[in-house]
Design a protein around this ligand. Structure first.
Ligand SMILES: [Zn+2]
Length: 264
């Protein structure tokens, strides 16, 4: 069966001979693995349609659950991402994270739109890479069912304070006073249950970071990047929080994230 779909190429790997194997995230068919025959040969017509980050409309042949690229049209190759190593690194990581969070047959319209918006902003270079990356991480996790409740302190319901903490795996925030109180209790529990202490991952937040977290999670998709954190240390806090949220919930690291942190 032949069909056409929009999608973005989130992974490219070499297959046998001059063939390539692509991951394409599509709105309605989820993340599909597509073989491209002969795309590494110089006279290939599909070479431009088989580059990482390419957003296009792909003509795909499907048989018995296998997919082959027949042709298509590039909508945006995101060439401007390659002007800067940090942008390439961030975009590569976002694609790897999107691959991890999606599967074949998933409804992927929301995460696809987030990924495209993020790559567009990275390519334009007007927004700080660390902000685009943190927004992508937090929104992608929220879309995929890992939405933290950042509305107020889970204990005293204070919505925002100078110092707050995110209980990463619990997906809740706490003010400094309640954290202190609870922290002591956790210590008591941990004497008997070692794993309780080991399982808690806590990130400190300033009020700007709390405000940013709330904004990223609660704003409509078209507004989600429209905030500023000017203080570098606070941006670092948000950045580390978003990374920790991803790696703690998914229980894994990412080579592309390590690479990003090495070159940023
Ligand atoms: Zn509190």
């Amino acid at each position: 069966m032949l069909f056409a779909t929009d999608g973005v190429i989130t992974k490219v790997s070499d297959a046998t001979g001059s063939d390539k194997f692509l991951n394409i995230i599509t709105p309605n068919r989820g993340r599909i693995g597509v073989l491209v025959k002969g795309s590494r040969s110089p006279e290939s017509k599909t070479a431009s349609l088989s580059q990482l980050f390419t957003y296009g409309n792909f003509e795909i042949y499907e048989k018995n659950g296998m997919y082959w690229l027949r042709g298509g049209m590039v909508i945006d190759p995101f060439y401007n991402l390659s002007e800067d190593i940090t942008r390439i690194a961030a975009a590569t990581y976002m694609c790897e994270l999107a691959n991890e969070l999606t599967d074949e047959s998933d409804e992927c319209e929301e995460i696809l739109r987030l990924l495209l918006n993020s790559m567009y902003l990275l390519g334009k270079g007007e927004k700080k890479v660390a902000i685009v990356k943190a927004v992508f991480e937090l929104r992608a996790m929220a879309i995929s069912g890992y939405m933290p409740d950042a509305s107020a302190c889970r204990y005293c319901k204070t919505p925002i304070a100078d110092e707050m903490y995110l209980d990463v795996l619990g997906g809740r925030i706490m003010c400094a006073e309640c954290f202190k109180e609870r922290g002591d209790k956790t210590k008591n529990i941990s004497r008997d249950f070692e794993d309780v202490r080991e399982a808690s991952v806590i990130c400190r937040m300033t009020s700007s970071v709390v405000a940013a977290l709330k904004f990223v999670l609660m704003s409509p998709p078209e507004k989600t990047f429209s905030f500023y954190i000017t203080d570098d240390e606070e941006l670092q806090l948000l950045s580390r929080l978003a990374e920790t949220y991803v790696t703690s919930h998914l229980g894994r690291g990412f080579d592309s994230l390590d690479f990003y942190n090495a070159v940023k």
